[in-house]
Design a protein around this ligand. Structure first.
Ligand SMILES: Cc1cc2nc3c(=O)[nH]c(=O)nc-3n(C[C@H](O)[C@H](O)[C@H](O)COP(=O)(O)OP(=O)(O)OC[C@H]3O[C@@H](n4cnc5c(N)ncnc54)[C@H](O)[C@@H]3O)c2cc1C
Length: 410
């Protein structure tokens, strides 16, 4: 049991992605005066979402993606060690060992190691022409491999696969998108919105195939992706976007509680008292003891990094609302909040260029998704978090202002 509030002392943060970076800056803004060291095996601390959206744009560099210029981190007395991998943490001594043997003493450790792209465990899944996209170096490798006219097979039509298909078509590649599900991302946005989004691929010159890849074989002209039904798709480049594997090894080796993610409480505390975890690698156990899904979205990483900072200082983190994310493809901007599958009725609000969908359960909105309509999702988010009673007729009527419903509830 930790005493609250507490002095976090020397903080070492393993992983300088969004969660690690947010924790570091949040510690400073909350008044932490002890040392903060962020260690990352990559060459810089940078933001990932542009990698799939503007992969082929001029001027994309690790500097252009940086969360902050180095001078700003210096000013905040945040020490950054890049190009070094942490090979072990000792939760009892609270020390961190780097790949060159250096042992950094710490009073508090944050594990924010994110995830790595899942590879396809099929024959040929590790051929050199098979790419994944998680890091800046993955992005540069893919960018160098693709030219106008390249035949690119994207395996996995989830959020990253769809964004990539869109970027690849934009640069003149001939894109085939393969997924075993006829309509992917239903769990994230519900059936109706998922179908609407998936159909956009075909109208934007992406060839869409429902099928299960079973092998990738080299051929005279590159490779062929073999599907379970025997079909073969010719490819110069293959990109696999089938999710991530959380980087939990450091935590496992240190004996922390891990279950498809490092198990944490609402203050991002792990099973070791001086070790916290945040971001894509962490999995929260809710107050009622249930293990939640890992979020794997930008805002969740930011908020959990901030919550970890609060937790390290023994402060109560701000209450978390419904999870939110965005995604961009084929020139449109998707936003979604809360849950769009499971118990409840689906309400569609028309009237705009694209549908907006809500899931309503027992008179309360529990989820919303929209395209090019951020205001609606922003308002829906407040309806969800404040559990404002709504009628399905009002929600479905585009002339009824959601902000009006919010105001009326006060
Ligand atoms: C291409 C792409 C597009 C995305 N687009 C969106 C989007 O549109 N909307 C959205 O909501 N989310 C999006 N996301 C998801 C979002 O970027 C992630 O949720 C977020 O990056 C998670 O942050 P993190 O800090 O937990 O992990 P990461 O960003 O994975 O950072 C972890 C860091 O830890 C480092 N590390 C790991 N192990 C070690 C070690 N042993 N030693 C030292 N360093 C280590 C890694 O090098 C990495 O820099 C996207 C992700 C990707 C990859």
């Amino acid at each position: 049991v930790t005493d609250f509030p507490r002095d976090a002392g020397r903080v070492v943060i393993v992983g300088g992605g969004l969660a690690g970076y947010s924790a570091a800056t949040s510690l400073r803004s909350r008044g932490h005066t002890g040392s903060i060291t962020v260690i990352d095996e990559e060459p810089g601390l940078y933001d990932r979402p542009p990698l799939s959206k503007v992969l082929f744009s001029d001027g994309l560099s690790i500097e252009s993606l940086a969360f902050a210029p180095p001078a700003q981190l210096d000013e905040s007395h945040i020490d950054v060690v890049t190009d070094h991998r942490v090979t072990a943490i000792d939760p009892d001594a609270a020390s961190v060992t780097l790949d060159d043997g250096t042992v950094l003493p710490a009073d508090t450790i944050l594990i924010a190691t994110g995830g790595r792209a899942r590879r396809l465990a099929i024959p040929g899944g590790d051929l050199p022409l098979v790419h994944v996209l998680r890091s800046y170096s993955d992005a540069m490798g893919l960018r160098a491999a693709v030219a106008p006219g390249s035949r690119v097979v994207v395996i996995g039509a989830g959020l990253i696969g769809a964004e990539l298909a869109s970027s690849l078509v934009g640069v003149g590649a001939v894109v085939t998108l393969v997924d075993p599900a006829a309509v992917p991302i239903v769990p994230a946005v519900g059936q109706l919105m998922a179908s609407y989004l998936h159909d956009m691929h075909t109208t934007h010159a992406v060839r869409v195939i429902t099928g299960m890849p079973t092998a990738i074989e080299e051929s005279a002209s590159g490779a062929e992706v073999v599907l379970a039904n025997g079909d073969r798709i010719g490819a110069d480049v293959v990109v696999v976007g089938v999710g991530i594997v959380p980087n939990t090894e450091l935590a496992e080796d240190a004996g922390l509680d891990v279950d498809n993610g490092i198990v944490v409480d609402s203050r991002q505390r792990t099973s070791a008292s001086r070790v916290f975890a945040a971001g894509d690698v962490a999995r929260r156990r809710s107050e009622d003891g249930e293990l939640e899904r890992r979020e794997e979205h930008w805002e969740g990483a930011q908020l959990s990094g901030q919550a970890a900072a609060a937790g390290m200082l023994g402060l109560e983190p701000e209450a978390r609302g419904a999870a939110w994310f965005w995604s961009d493809r084929h020139g449109v901007h998707l936003e979604a909040v809360g849950r769009l599958t499971g118990d409840g009725s689906v309400i569609v609000r028309g009237g705009g260029s694209h549908p907006t969908v809500f899931l309503v359960n027992e008179g309360i909105v529990v989820g919303a998704a929209s395209i090019d309509d951020n205001n609606t999702v922003r308002a829906a988010r407040r309806l969800i978090d404040q559990k404002v009673p709504v009628s399905e007729a009002e929600l479905g009527d585009p002339s009824v202002s959601l902000r009006g419903l919010l105001r009326a509830s006060r």
